[in-house]
Design a protein around this ligand. Structure first.
Ligand code: A2P
Length: 270
């Protein structure tokens, strides 16, 4: 299992976590149990995934003390301080356990309220209600604004990233400000697994295409949330310490950059 990443709030983050987006409520408790049994210590949830009660059910079937639980404020109905505080309470109630990491799910820039919502997350952290605060799907100009206006740098920015969309400029900005990059859709929603260049590297190293891509994320220094509902794949996606990618392998993966997204651009969701 990969090393933990240091965060700017003096805590650490497991480099690999498992995501619960699009996990059906009926499956969510079992996926949590399978993930924890596979060795994951970071459970990435959100209000929007509509499965927090079932995730909480899974969390009650495992040793919660060794785990970090993430949730995120959706904000579609209302982007405001009060809505964020209410959503935090509701997510904790649904999960039936304390949230360790809380994020703003999308900046929704046309509403122009993400600085106010960021202040609400700072309040939660200062009150000791949550260990770590971060954001998700923030572009550099959104990050610059919350940092300039509040003086508080998010510990994490969770964004779409995979070899088609390596996010080099954003990663450099994160590095300069002490923000950890955490990739969602790190396998390009699974679509990158069929890429021939990745298949060639995997074949030569005797590993799976998913393991090659996961290693690529780790070499870039970020965290990632590969999604799988299959216990064997959950396990093999964590088994990435036995090999390294060469400079040539990294160059072959860099050549895959197209800028293609599998999801929404941060400025497009309001
Ligand atoms: P499954 O849940 O059946 O394992 P991403 O994390 O980029 O969103 O990609 C998730 C997709 O990749 C899911 O469809 C998942 O399917 C698939 N996937 C995850 N890990 C592996 C793996 N090791 N081998 C094949 N497919 C995988």
């Amino acid at each position: 299992m990969a090393n933990d990443l240091p965060l700017n709030d003096a805590t650490t983050l497991p480099a690999l976590g498992f995501g619960l987006y699009k996990v059906e409520p009926e499956q969510a408790a079992d996926v949590v149990v399978a993930g924890v049994e596979a060795g994951y210590r970071l459970v990435d949830g959100a209000e929007f995934y509509h499965n927090e009660a079932e995730v909480g059910e899974g969390l009650r079937r495992v040793d919660r003390s060794s785990l970090l639980v993430t949730s995120k404020f959706w904000g579609e109905e209302e982007m405001s301080r009060d809505a964020a505080l209410r959503a935090f309470d509701a997510s904790e109630r649904n999960l039936g356990t304390a949230i360790d990491i809380y994020m703003i799910h999308w900046p929704r820039p046309a509403r122009d309220r993400y600085v106010e919502v960021w202040r609400a997350l700072i309040e939660l952290r200062d009150a000791g209600r949550v260990r770590t605060i971060g954001v998700s799907n923030f572009a550099e100009h959104h990050l610059t604004r919350i940092i300039d206006e509040t003086g508080v740098v998010p510990a994490i920015n969770q964004v779409e990233s995979h070899p088609w969309l390596p996010q080099h400029d954003l990663r450099a900005f994160h590095a300069a400000h002490g923000i950890v990059t955490q990739a969602w859709s790190p396998l390009g929603r699974g679509r990158l697994l069929a890429d021939p260049a990745i298949g060639t590297i995997a074949g030569r190293l005797g590993v799976t295409p998913a393991q090659v891509i996961i290693r690529w994320h780790l070499e870039l220094g970020g965290g990632l949330l590969p999604k799988s509902t299959n216990p064997g794949r959950l396990r093999s996606n964590l088994d990435v310490d036995g090999f390294r990618l060469s400079v040539d392998d990294m160059a072959a993966l860099a050549a895959l950059e197209t800028g293609e997204r599998t999801g929404t651009h941060p400025d497009e969701r309001n």
